[in-house]
Design a protein around this ligand. Sequence first.
Ligand code: FBP
Length: 545
Amino acid sequence: MISQLQKARSAYQPKVPAAIEGATKLAEGKATQSVADQEDIKKLFPNTYGMPIVTFEKATGETKAEAFNVGIILSGGQAPGGHNVISGIFDGIKKLNKDSKLYGFLGGPSGLVDHKYIELTSDIIDEYRNTGGFDIIGSGRTKLEEVEQFDKGLEICKKLNIKAVIIIGGDDSNTNACVLAEYYLAKKSGVQVIGCPKTIDGDLKNEMIETSFGFDTATKVYSEVIGNIERDANSAKKYWHFIKLMGRSASHVTLECALQTQPNVTLIGEEVEAKNQSLDDVVTYIAEAVAARAAKGLNFGTVLVPEGLIEFIPAIKKLIAELNDMLAANQAEFDTIADDKKIAYVASKLSPANAAIFNSLPVGVSRQLALERDPHGNVQVSLIETEQLLADMTAKKLAEWKKEGKFVGKFATQHHFFGYEGRCAAPSNFDADYCYSLGRVAALLIASGKTGYMSSVRNTTKPAAEWLAGGIPITAMMNMEKRNGKMKPVIQKALVKLDGGPFKFFASKRAEWAIETAFVYPGPIQYFGPTEVCDQPTKTLVLEH
Ligand code: FBP
């Protein structure tokens, strides 16, 4: 049984760049180089380094190819539009040759290694067009990094006669896609690897990749509910709402939601780091806004907190860096320590300054920082209750200020965390079109024999017909970073730029938003109706371009 909206939505035909509607020809640009550490990256990727950016242009006649098979992997957290990438790939390869086949590896990258897959037929694909979620084949966070894993993958590709694997994932997964592409090319295996930029976090972007898919829909869903909460706050006038938002380290999601809803306080992790602020500085900033509104009789408001904030507080950042090195160096011994002794063990191995900070944190937070990493070694910031921590600390500070006569109001709080609510929403028109186009472009990259490329669709603030389609070598996005104590080649994460359009606009408005009740209520995503209501890209994209 499907909902009436899903039924109506299944008939939606995503818009694609005019350049790829019919026949196409490939144009190659200049050779590329990595964003940093060129010599190191070149050495590590001798076969895929320096390739040119490619663009697909309109051609006459028909573009056809010999039948070929493709395998796809959904990797990492869900993001709205994944099913449309897959339907775009399916339609793309069938357009090139109706006998081409699409296989889906089940449960993420482990499906490739463990040879778990299904063939995606048109009946299956049709059920999932324009729907949210990754449930068509499931996702997972297995890290593809060992040669044995690559070889197991190659076995199944040979068995199914797969010409190319498409990895739909974030920065870590696309880094792995690049390593896999290099390995398969070095081996002359004949299997190509293509990446697609996925993540609601919005941190996989650069000059050539304007946005990752899912960011548009997820931030619209969060902005809808933040707007609803703001209206509730403005009706009841009795609560300060502390709202934590997903997005990992980068604060793009929080910044976009702030631009859409104009809350009283918005914290941006990247700014906290740049200003070298302590946790107490952050709490003072919130308390000042609360006190200023209270002086006007406004004992309510909203505070947006990026989930990665904690990683940007310089003292905690230093602590995490030492934890990473210490855990990597002592892994064998650490594994033998009983669970209830691990925190004490970690504290005993840290430098005195970091041990003091570590011991001062609530136990839940120190456990998360030290013990509960994801397979890529990331701190699982979504599990740290920063919103609660900040609300409690603000309450304490205001109680002191009350005694001193600096605060005259009431301070009652509510806490929220928005993340999972937005990751599987039905894709907005933007994401439906963008994702389907990314899929169609990926099919063209394969047919053109490309490997180690990320599918790219640009010019996205213009109507879809004017979008530019092509491929960007993944090595061009790479630099060297320390991971688990060692320097590794990884795609450079995009953080909020403090000199960029979105932040500068926000910074010019936030003093007014803090004191006034300037809330904006965006309402739910609309799929049918006037284009200014249904087809708007994010404010981040508009202000960046
Ligand atoms: P990726 O797109 O990088 O996989 O992350 C998306 C995300 O939603 C992050 O915002 C969040 O911190 C993380 O996944 C939560 O992970 P999990 O789904 O494993 O709980």
